[in-house]
Design a protein around this ligand. Sequence first.
Ligand code: GLC
Length: 443
Amino acid sequence: MVKRLLILLLILGVTPLSAQKAKKEEENKMQWFKDAKLGIFIHWGLYAVNGIDESWSFFNGYISHPDYLKQTNGFTASNYDAERWVKLIKNSGAKYSVITSKHHDGFALWDSKYGSFNAVKSAAAKKDVLTPFVGQLRKNGLKVGIYYSLPDWSYDDYTHFKRDSLRYKIAEEPKRWQKFLEYYQGQLKELSDNYNPDLYWFDGDWEHNSEEWQAPKVRKMLLDRNPNTILNSRLREEGDYATPEQGMPITRPESKYWELCITMNNSWGFQKNDHDYKTTDQIIGIFSDVIGNGGNMLLDIGPKADGTIPEEQVEILEGLGRWTNKHKEAIYGTIAGIPKEHYYGATTLSKDRKILYLFVKGNPGGEVVLRGLKNNINRIWVVGNGTKLSHQVVGKVYWSHYPGIKYIKVPEYVLDENMTVIAVLLDGEVDLYREDGAVIESN
Ligand code: GLC
């Protein structure tokens, strides 16, 4: 009887309540991330010296490991100015930044107690280049994200070295693997002690399974230290959000929290020979698609070995900054917009779902079209400009629920040079006609 009662209680209230609580906690923790929309990714490491693929260049055999290591002599950071970096990042409209504290090559940007392969002890820079950056992010109110590669291909007790050479198998040398686990988890503790990151951006988890990495233990360790810290998905199944890479999802990702990481040209780190930059226009277009689908964009820059940020990248960040600043009300704190059948472009919604933001690429030739919107429109204006716009409802018949088509008139002089945004204030929460348009309807 008692047992039955307990089961009943469990079914009725206790489980859902605790589940609800967990959900609420998760939502609270993820809120800043959900609202942030834009982050700047930084790939900075030895690879910037020759301008070659980060870590992969030696792993795949395009350069020998000793030659790859010689780049330590050129990693000077002589013009590095963390304050300038953060100013640029902040002005782009980003609310957080994620920096490679250590890539797969194992070179650490901070003065790690674990090993000596770092910017202080092994490179011309002879200084910790991570701490000043984190300090500036905090000073400027930006969230701190630390990228950390689980694989460490230069470390003698790590399993993988190059694509065609494995050092050992865990099953054969478990003690050696144990040594690596202590090393990498020690570094993570160090990062937690030094920087208390708001977000950990793991990478490279594909080389081992969850058990081998001790992923649940690592998650617990990091959350015990800071229950509010966010982990990306690349710690096997232990992460908080999905990380599609390079490709803008065509359909809306299922995961509630996600972040598209993307390069400005075709490289994560600085590569002198890669001039294939996306235009500011294209980046703003991709960004609109991302936020219209409820995600974040983590846009990458690759500083040079002396710490200067390439001119093309500065220009993109500045262009993006002009646009995000003008259109902030349609970006930050908004939620994913309406299905594409209703508006052929990206849209976002205010959190109360009463303002619909329409993103207009190029010159729409006088008007944009909203289909199947049941709401009446109270007011329409051009974001960051204020001009009131008029609209016309076409095809509404009195005997049907079908709401007709709304044409919003957009004069050429209100158009933005990259992407215009129109705010549509509705008479209530957005309400969409999703039926098939049958002509005969009851009442
Ligand atoms: C991949 C690559 C790595 C890069 C990362 C960024 O996982 O291995 O080089 O840093 O993507 O998302």
